[in-house]
Design a protein around this ligand. Sequence first.
Ligand code: IPM
Ligand code: MG
Length: 359
Amino acid sequence: MKYNIALIPGDGIGPEVIKETVKVLETIGQLYNHEFRFQEVLVGGCAIDATGEPLPQASLDICKNSDAVLLGAVGGEKWDTLPGHLRPERALLGLREGLGLYANLRPAVLHGALKEACPLKPEIVGDGLDVCVVRELIGGIYFGERGRRANGKMGEEAYDTEAYSVGEVERIGSLAFELALKRNKKVTSVDKANVLESSRLWRSVMVELSKNYPEVTLEHMYVDNAAMQLVRNPRQFDVIVTTNMFGDILSDEASMITGSIGMLPSASLGTSGLGLYEPIHGSAPDIAGQNKANPIATILSAAMMLRITFGLDAEAEAVEGAVTRVLEAGYRTGDIYSEGCKLVGTTEMGNLIIEAIKR
Ligand code: IPM
Ligand code: MG
């Protein structure tokens, strides 16, 4: 089979982690007889430098016409002072919106070998963690009405608006319930219904939806409590479904529980079969170009792509199994290093994973 993948190396450590991931996919292609065709596209700071825009139309079009998009990271200090609509981050939002990717899946799994890197006490972590944050991705305050006005309560005022419609909650909610069916059959819907009207609508839609999923337990939790429960007793969670902004915050928190943000993949899915896969970490300009970045989050994102968009379960498992074995053998990049382990760079980590796939 042939698969067309739009590649967005982006900025900072993006190109380095994408390079290792392409090597991994090429290995999988050889072993399982698939042809992965990569087309590189300019998005983010590098696109601003080359074209003046963070997301050139041509780049968006190539992504739209591909089977899947694999993204490294975008952004960096160099572009931080540009106005909002020209910042590299704007490209991410434009991609999500332009590709209709309303659901962001962020699984937080603590690898047995990485227990040392988890900042929580062993008795809290028990024998592991496996939570999946399902974040709404193209609605809410990220995309609501915003602006500035002269006469606020105390001078000039700026505002952003949180709004959710029934249909938007239904589609993300259904996806969360379907996912829970394949996991531990529990959905925790996170909102702020004690204060926000949009959360009250969100909650009532989730209650209605749950009637179609009698096998799944639905629980509601206020976002402040959820932030606390994630560190107090993270094992109570299976699927967490929430809004764009709450999901942004809680998924970073969940990632830290698993030891390092350098480990976690994500998938953004929408109405078409097309998916965008990316590590949840950013461009880490401080370590860019130094062969220090952890490529595992991007490699695991590619595994999610193999499974979800291409339906290649065995191939996805081959990649994930290889990552686990390399970690079990004691190899670590700096972000997950602990005493007694073997410190390796980005390229070495990629090569080790490839060797493990071949074995
Ligand atoms: C993320 C990031 C982005 C977001 C930023 C870079 C726009 O934090 O993917 O979590 O807030 O969605
Ligand atoms: Mg974020």
